[in-house]
Design a protein around this ligand. Structure first.
Ligand code: NDP
Ligand code: 8X3
Length: 256
């Protein structure tokens, strides 16, 4: 399916998987609507996207945890940007790796507010328009963490298990419309994810990827682009991908 001139809205586009997805879609000549909180980083991605072939780029400074800001951002889009064809619900994060009974309430709140509630707010603001227009595709970022919980990760894993349920529920609720819903569930991907999880502790973050070849953000972007570019009658429900050094969220092959 040609994506030329389609409007593709990506949350969390300032870094990692979101940025790589913006660039992958840019090469298809789409119109890119990019959102995140760090406007400077978003501007760098926007400029690269134009170099890679995006038709146009519009950036929004947005915190997905703020439901009024999310609704307002969608309601006040310039008319030429309002008809979103593809939504990539990518904004998300993990905080900490504490045992659950020692966990920090603020870490739990941030993960739940971003990964679950933020995803719901954006979906609620964008999908009604897709139903009215009779076209659209929602791609949600899940994780292998949503399938099997790992030690210290209960709340992050729960947020991705919730994504799984929301993804499947949305697909059921959209049955009878042409709007498609896909979950893309990567294993370990080398991005700022671990740096954010460990609040800037680069040494601890680097250890996460020690001895394994992780997925790259481009690998995930490729899977997203593949799902979105299937013929209009094909709905890819879920794409699960890991590097060959990972079997699931609990099992890795680490070279010494
Ligand atoms: P990064 O830290 O590189 O990127 C996270 C993105 O989310 C940033 O652009 C950040 O932008 C944005 N974001 C975070 N909080 C908010 C918020 N409140 N409002 C708006 N944007 C926000 O990590 P990844 O690229 O790895 O993560 C992207 C998604 O992929 C997440 O949902 C993550 O759970 C998922 N994932 C990651 C895996 C991995 O191993 N890396 C594996 C499986 C899934 P800004 O800070 O500028 O707002
Ligand atoms: C991110 C992958 O396994 O680091 O969802 O939680 S993991």
């Amino acid at each position: 399916m040609s994506l030329k001139e389609k409007i593709v809205f990506i949350t969390g586009a300032s870094s990692g998987i979101g940025a790589a997805t913006a660039l992958a879609f840019a090469s298809q000549g789409v119109r890119l609507l990019l959102a995140a909180r760090r406007a400077g980083k978003l501007a760098q991605v926007a400029s690269l996207a134009l170099e890679r072939g995006a038709a146009t780029v519009h950036s929004i400074d947005l915190d997905v945890r703020d439901h009024r800001a999310v609704q307002n951002a969608i309601d006040t889009l310039p008319p030429e940007w309002a008809q979103i064809d593809v939504l990539v619900n990518n904004a998300g994060l993990s905080r900490g790796l504490d045992k659950l009974y020692m966990g920090k309430i603020e870490d739990w709140d941030e993960m739940i507010d971003t990964n679950i509630k933020g995803l719901l707010y954006v979906t609620r603001a964008v999908v009604p328009g897709m139903v009215v227009r009779g076209r659209g595709h929602v791609v949600n970022l899940g994780s292998t963490a949503g399938e099997f919980t790992y030690p210290g990760g209960a709340v992050y894993c729960a947020s991705k298990a919730a994504e799984r349920a929301i993804n499947d529920g949305l697909r059921q609720d959209l049955l009878g419309t042409p709007v498609r819903v896909t979950s893309v569930d990567p294993g370990m991907v080398e991005t700022d994810f671990s740096l954010v999880r460990f609040r800037g502790d680069a040494e601890r973050a680097a250890k996460v990827y020690k001895g394994v070849t992780p997925l790259t953000p481009e690998d995930v972007a490729d899977a997203i682009l593949w799902a979105v570019s299937r013929p209009a009658h094909v709905n890819i429900a879920r794409v699960s991908l890991t590097s060959v050094d990972q079997a699931n969220s609990l099992l890795f092959h680490r070279k010494p």
